[in-house]
Design a protein around this ligand. Structure first.
Ligand code: G4P
Length: 190
């Protein structure tokens, strides 16, 4: 998506360790007018899929999913990285091993929010090694739902997480794919 590539070129910064800082529009600060353009593209890609819910993970995914859900007219369900009292005893949970963060953590999803009639679109901001998307797929399927698509704004394709998800047979659409990232260059796939 040219619009997103240009935004990254104009306003993103590369931090040590290959982290792309997109704080002015995607994380920490969300440019909702800009993100609504991403949402239109997500809607165009998945509008035939009879999506019933968009599933994401806290925190950055929630804003993007919510703006997108306005077009699909479906609820957003999000997985949490901490289990608070409001979750009660009825939840699905699984462990994530994050390569990016070098640690493992548990992820929780309220059990009554996903069921076998759901056709789920999984949406997040970044795909790095893919732990977050894989865990969301697992939680949706534990709840009996069908994952009809997965999507992110930015895939760091050189890390291979996206290839893993495609190899498992899931539809994955990334609005831009970065094939190389260093302090001198952000190289995009065509
Ligand atoms: P992993 O397997 O290496 O853990 O990668 P994964 O694709 O699951 O991404 C892990 C988290 O790291 C995600 O955050 C993702 O947004 C974030 N991330 C990965 N690469 C970058 C990057 O270059 N820049 C930024 N800004 N974030 C990156 P999350 O689990 O959804 O949590 P949150 O950060 O939204 O709270």
């Amino acid at each position: 998506m040219e619009l997103l590539k240009q935004k990254i070129i104009d306003s993103a910064e590369v931090l040590p360790g290959g982290v792309l800082k997109v704080d002015s529009f995607l994380n920490h600060q969300i440019d909702v007018t800009f993100v609504s353009k991403l949402a239109e593209e997500w809607y165009r890609l998945f509008k035939e899929e009879r999506i019933t819910k968009i599933l994401t993970i806290e925190s950055a995914g929630i804003g993007l999913a919510s703006i997108t859900a306005l077009l699909f007219k479906v609820p957003v369900v999000y997985a949490k990285k901490t289990r608070n009292a409001a979750l009660g005893d009825e939840y699905l949970s699984t462990k994530v091993i994050s390569y990016t963060h070098g640690q493992s953590y548990d992820v929780f999803l309220a059990k009554n929010l996903i069921n076998k009639d759901d056709r789920i679109l999984i949406l997040d901001d970044f795909l790095a090694n893919g732990s977050a998307l894989k865990v969301l797929i697992q939680l949706a399927e534990m709840g009996g739902a069908e994952v009809v698509g997965t999507t992110v704004a930015i895939e760091k394709s050189y890390l291979g997480g996206g290839d893993d998800i495609r190899a498992l047979g899931y539809r994955l659409e990334s609005l831009v794919k970065i094939k190389e990232l260093n302090d001198k260059e952000i190289a995009f796939e065509d």
